[in-house]
Design a protein around this ligand. Structure first.
Ligand code: FAD
Length: 445
């Protein structure tokens, strides 16, 4: 038994086990040896030490947004950090510190009161730690400020030896390098410190058209991305909105094409930049001046747990021919199993690797494609998988050959995330800090 009695541990057979083993992605079927709920870094150290001494592995879990690749975890203690929710904002230093269970909305809201924003992603309830460990592509700020992991200042973690450490550019720089993009293989993170950015003026939102306008909207978006300034980060999406009562009536059960984005700068300049989209007379035009906290909501990501499967690719380019192939493979119809086919514009500062960056410090790709659908049962899962395969084939000519860990919700060759040289460097580090393989991750190195 664990000696620290305050730590709640749930085991197979306990009443709460099914609830405890569930992840945000309800399609992930995890069967861990135990689920532990630490409230402090010391609790995490006790759990790691106990597991190692009992021949068990450990894995960190903020929300389970990317739990699907894990496998069944039957020899692993799943450390759910959801009770570690402390957030500190230092507006003068423009820094934040978040404990391991903090969700993005819990940082973006208080930071926004000071006109500041972290490089958070599109969802308000993705975990801060899991997001940074995979790299981090901010919805509205990515092209202006680069890969989110470059904004990390320090990481506190418990390594496989049970030791609590704080790593930064001066303290174990190799481990600090690996943690910024290399995932959860190197220890259980207990807290993370990162930069906030002054964004006094933001202009952004979403526009919607019926899906039969998809070709012209996608063409307009691609031509917009050819000249968009780094201060503008945007996405274009095909949406197949579920016909469910909780969905707003305006979009419920409809097939739509959407463009959303954020310009870091004055409203007049932002409005001038999006004029080509206004000229296409959207049915809904939600662009306007935004407070920083709105960056967490522009993309309207689902917040409630749901079962889903997805696929993604990093693309060198998108052309008219690509759009033809996407629409042939996945034009939204009421019968289509996919809920979303999305293209995000990368480039800008995302291509620039700053000195001292982590393993994922930049992306040598111009677009990020993502497609997903609900996976309620074997039949719907098979239908989604079949259509995801069509989308993957459709994008094959532009595929960069690399992949992005945070958007990979299935097991992948790590060479695709990091390149062979950096993958080997990560493995060498893993052998040094965790020779017995005590710490496992959804995407192990
Ligand atoms: C709706 C939605 C929107 C998204 N939007 C974006 C976006 O805009 N940009 C982007 O880059 N990504 C985005 N993502 C992807 C997201 O960043 C990844 O799914 C990320 O891994 C989620 O982290 P988490 O902690 O919430 O999830 P989890 O599944 O809990 O964690 C993912 C992995 O991180 C590691 N991990 C988590 N916590 C710890 C810890 N304390 N110690 C050690 N390892 C740990 C583990 O290996 C774990 O398996 C989105 C995902 C979804 C579902």
């Amino acid at each position: 038994m664990l000696t620290t009695e305050q730590i709640e541990i749930v085991r197979p057979g306990d009443d709460r086990y099914d609830e405890a083993r569930s992840a945000w992605n309800l399609a992930a079927d995890l069967n861990p040896a135990a689920v532990a709920y630490p409230t402090t870094a010391q609790d995490v150290a006790s759990i790691v030490t106990y597991a190692r001494e009992h021949g068990l592995r450990v894995t960190g879990h903020g929300t389970g947004h990317n739990a699907a690749p894990h496998g069944d975890l039957s020899d692993t203690v799943l450390i759910k950090t959801e009770r570690m929710r402390g957030v500190e904002i230092d507006p003068d230093a423009r820094r934040a510190r978040a404990e391991a269970g903090v969700l993005w909305a819990e940082v973006t809201a208080p930071a926004s009161e000071h006109g500041l924003a972290p490089l958070s992603g599109s969802s308000p309830n993705v975990g801060v730690v899991g997001y940074f460990l995979g790299g981090g592509v901010s919805l509205g700020l990515a092209r202006r400020f680069g890969v989110a992991a470059n904004s990390v200042i320090a990481i506190e973690l418990v390594t496989a030896d049970g030791r609590l450490r704080r790593v930064d550019s001066d303290h174990d720089p190799e481990l600090f390098w690996a943690l910024r993009g290399g995932g959860g293989s190197f220890g259980i993170v207990t807290a993370i410190e990162f930069e906030l950015y002054a964004v006094p003026e933001l202009y952004g939102g979403v526009m919607l058209w019926p899906a039969d306008r998809a070709r012209e909207v996608f063409e307009a978006w691609v031509s917009f991305t050819r000249t968009a300034p780094d201060a503008f980060t945007s996405t274009a999406r095909l949406l197949n909105v579920p016909d469910m009562p909780e969905v707003p009536e305006l979009v419920r059960g409809r097939q739509l094409v959407a463009v959303d984005g954020v310009y870091v700068g004055p409203a007049d300049d932002g409005a001038a930049l999006i004029e080509p989209f206004r000229a296409l007379r959207p049915e809904v035009d939600g662009f306007g001046p935004l407070p920083p906290v709105a960056l967490s909501y522009v993309h309207m990501d689902p917040e409630d747990p749901m079962p889903g499967c997805s696929d993604s690719q990093l693309l060198d380019d998108v052309t008219s021919a690509t759009i033809d192939r996407i629409l042939a493979a996945a034009a939204p119809t009421p019968e289509s199993p996919l809920g979303i086919v999305e293209l995000r514009h990368l480039g800008g500062a995302l291509r620039r690797r700053p000195k001292g960056a982590g393993v994922v410090g930049s992306f040598e790709a111009e677009y990020l494609a993502f497609a997903a659908g609900p996976a309620f049962d074997p039949a719907s899962t098979a239908a989604v998988e079949a259509q995801l395969a069509l989308v993957r084939d459709a994008l094959a000519p532009e595929d960069s050959g690399r992949e992005y860990m945070n958007f990979a919700e299935r097991a992948r060759d790590v060479g695709k995330f990091f390149g062979t040289q950096d993958a080997a460097r990560l493995r060498a580090l893993k052998a040094r800090v965790d020779p017995d393989g005590t710490v496992v991750a959804n995407h192990p190195v």
